[in-house]
Write a protein that binds this ligand. Structure first.
Ligand code: HEM
Length: 309
């Protein structure tokens, strides 16, 4: 007798807002100079290998991949079910390379949401791109004038597993923590102001002439208006329990960003942060991946149709 068609663990559950996002990694197109699946000529120029940045401590076992599936929803049991069954259906063709579970989320993405907090206790997502704002489409979706045509209305996903050195962070003063981000912890307001949504003024100084936001603060280096580079952050908190090597929590931010072209967005932004961000004292980038996410599917269509039909 053959096994049942469904593994059953989500049988009595509602759909839990499940969404699945699928992406194609650079190695699906070319790997070690080999055209593995006859797709090399269709690799988007924007799907570059993410370069090494200063301070990277990447684990190859938690990086890269030919395909990615991002399952999001309100119930981990439903998400587990989705990933498990896709894996089951793909058995013999695909194998799982790495998995990252995440919880909460670290970015508000519409103006209707209040800003959630990351594991460092700060509001995260205040100046994120908002799906209901006019500059969203230009920065997130591959446009009708971009090549290749099969990626139009798609997007590029960059994922970074960023470990937070929680014990070191927990020993630093609130003033140091706030100087690290350039924002107040409780309100999320830029330093020296009291409203979360006060625009960031990198030239603002106190009466003695000292800058309110230090030049190496995270928001000074990431500020999208000043550097004319915007991304959609869609990250999650994570913990994978204890790191037995050091007897401390293995926890952090599973950073995910969507954008129209990583060469013009994530890469220059991360290059600036990796060189000078005060936050680097408290974090380590330990995993990295990039994927081309094709456009969504029309009724009756299938994922990846524009590339593979
Ligand atoms: C553990 C790592 C990180 C933490 C805890 C973190 C946390 C934060 C916080 C608290 C803010 C201020 C609130 C906000 O506007 O959202 C912020 C802003 C921001 N972060 Fe990060 N971040 C991390 C890594 C990164 C990385 C790797 C990038 C991109 C390469 C990035 C890009 C940004 C951007 C674009 C902003 C908005 C800046 C602005 O326009 O003012 N962050 N982040």
């Amino acid at each position: 007798m053959s096994p049942p068609g469904d593994t059953g663990e989500a049988m009595d559950e509602p759909p839990a807002n499940l969404t699945l996002t699928v992406g194609f990694g650079p190695s699906l197109f070319t790997s070690g100079g080999t055209d593995r699946f006859g797709l090399a000529s269709r690799r988007p120029a924007a799907l570059v290998d993410i370069p090494a940045f200063p301070g990277d401590l990447l684990d190859p076992a938690r990086s890269g991949g030919d395909l990615c599936v991002q399952a999001c929803g309100d119930d981990p049991q439903v998400l587990f079910h989705a990933i498990r069954n896709l894996t089951r259906i793909g058995r013999g063709t695909v194998v799982i390379r790495w998995v990252q579970e995440g919880f909460g989320r670290t970015s508000s993405t519409t103006t209707g949401q209040s800003t959630p907090r990351n594991l460092m206790g700060f509001k995260d997502g205040t100046l994120n791109l908002r799906a209901d704002q006019p500059d969203f489409a230009d920065n997130v979706w591959v446009s009708a004038t971009d090549e290749p045509g099969w990626m139009r209305d798609g997007s590029y996903l960059v994922a970074r597993r960023i470990r937070i050195l929680i014990e070191i962070w927990d020993r630093s003063s609130l003033a140091d923590q706030e100087a690290t981000f350039g924002r107040h912890r409780d309100t999320g307001a830029p330093l020296g102001t009291d409203d979360e949504f006060t625009p960031i003024d990198l030239a603002a100084a106190d009466r003695t002439g000292d800058l309110l936001i230090p030049v190496d603060a995270h928001v000074a280096l990431a500020n999208q208006a000043a550097h004319k580079t915007h991304i959609l952050r869609r990250g999650y908190n994570f913990t994978d329990g204890l790191d037995p090597k050091i007897g401390q929590l293995d926890a952090g931010l599973f950073f995910i960003a969507y954008q129209r072209d990583p060469r013009a967005q994530f890469i220059p932004m991360q290059d600036r942060l990796a060189r000078a961000d005060a936050l680097n004292e408290y974090i380590k980038h330990v995993g990295s991946a990039v994927f081309a996410v094709p456009p969504g599917i029309a009724r009756g269509g299938w994922i990846g149709e524009t590339l593979l039909a």
